[in-house]
Design a binder for this molecule. Sequence first.
Ligand code: FAD
Length: 517
Amino acid sequence: MLVLRSFMILFFSCITIKINLCFPSIPSSLKTLSIDGHFDFEQVEHAAKDFGNRYSYLPLAVLYPKSVSDIATTVNHVWQIGGGSELKVAARGHGHSLQGQAQAHRGVVINMESLQGLKMQVHTGNFPYVDVSGGELWINILRESLKHGLAPKSWTDYLHLTVGGTLSNAGISGQAFRHGPQISNVYQLEVVTGKGEVVNCSEKQNSDLFYSVLGGLGQFGIITRARISLEPAPEMVKWIRMVYTDFATFTRDQEKLISGQSTFDYVEGFVIINRTGLLNNWRSSFNPQDPLQASQFKSDGRTLFCLELAKYFNHEDMVLVNQEIKTSLSQLNHIPSTMFISEVPYMEFLDRVHISEIKLRSRGLWEVPHPWLNLFIPKSKIHSFAQEVFGNILTDTSSGPILIYPVNKSKWDNRTSVVIPEEDVFYLVAFLSSAVPSSTGNDGLEQILIRNKRILDYCEIAGLGVKQYLPHFSTQGEWKSHFGPHWEAFIRRKSTYDPSAILAPGQRIFQKPIAYS
Ligand code: FAD
């Protein structure tokens, strides 16, 4: 019975008595299990928190597994108790979910980072890869693989997340247009299913489980080990930003950059609404190509679209790479005076968000509510979306960055569980808001949630075919609509790999994951 975070209120209230009657004996039955690690039944508050800082469900126990068999034993025990116990299990990676996805109300949270069974192992050769624990942080994988001159191909913008956490979603960043999301760059997994069985899976072996778990929102099993594909790591990165005022020109250039043989290794972008002096801020880390002209650039309250590119290189190829970049940039239609370039080590580029984290933490601005909204938008609808959302709904971008960049669907494997739009190219638009605690103004949680709802309502009414990334819904109807034609496959997979989550055969009512109740 893997994770169930947000029950419908109605359902929740109906089972309260049952929970009260059943639960007191359950922690003691967990105490009888023979495991290498340990359970903590007292200090569990931290497992009721996440990065989103909006949802808090207190578990009954936190398991600190030392071995895969600890996880298997625990999940099997919960399976043996049966669906009627309502006991839920959630894997917790680094707890950077936004809406309680790694929490388990009165259930068992498995602290994946304490899983120590597997030492990271880098394999060199023609098809290099690294074997890692499901609770390993991506930053550690980067450090270890760099010792061998290698690195994973596909990233998230922030590396202090676990392998199990990002593979349960997709794992996307500016490299996804070329390599696909992180779930397209995994060769093999070891998974503890909802019955507590330890199963190896890959494209060739137990492939249905393999693809179920990838992008599976932690619903089909717990990833205890992953084999991640690697490539030769570059030494340095040319990191480039430039500005557009015309959305159509901006997206045309982005789409050109992700098609065919792109010179660049990373393509992202962001939106700037009603902010002044932003280009001056960049100067601390980026050099304007033409300092005089850049200093004269005025946004005049216009909405700006910033293209962000990166090109990897090694020192010995510097001259050639500079020439390639120059040629590629000459084909773009940004405002010439707004070109900013920086040159940083590869590690510094990939770990860039951590630097912001340190600054925000020092100002007490990291552990605030994060009402993020992440959307996948079909290419054909991105202009309508931008017109309404950047033109009408949002009046500024002071609550946090808004990322926008296209990816190629051909790089996503349609056998995985992740739900994406049907078109060949679709955009990620990520509203990464931070709410000012106890503010009732535009920067407060309530107002940001109202804005998010307006965006979602608009997408729904306009029939844009938008899909949520890192999704969270409260009703079965919403989940059904999210999965669309994939709903039946989801149900089948759930009943195969986590069957005790079904309340009654044929009823198709789930106790957990994502509020299928
Ligand atoms: P958790 O929050 O601990 O868990 C997430 C989900 O995965 C839960 O459902 C949990 O039960 C499940 N889970 C965890 N471990 C396992 C496991 N071993 N097996 C099975 N299920 C498991 N995402 C992107 O794609 N691209 C980005 O650029 C990006 N940037 C981010 C930047 C920041 C600052 C933050 C906070 C998040 C960002 N994310 C990004 C989102 C992030 O990928 C997800 O929130 C991810 O789930 C967090 O990983 P975690 O290890 O903290 O997982």
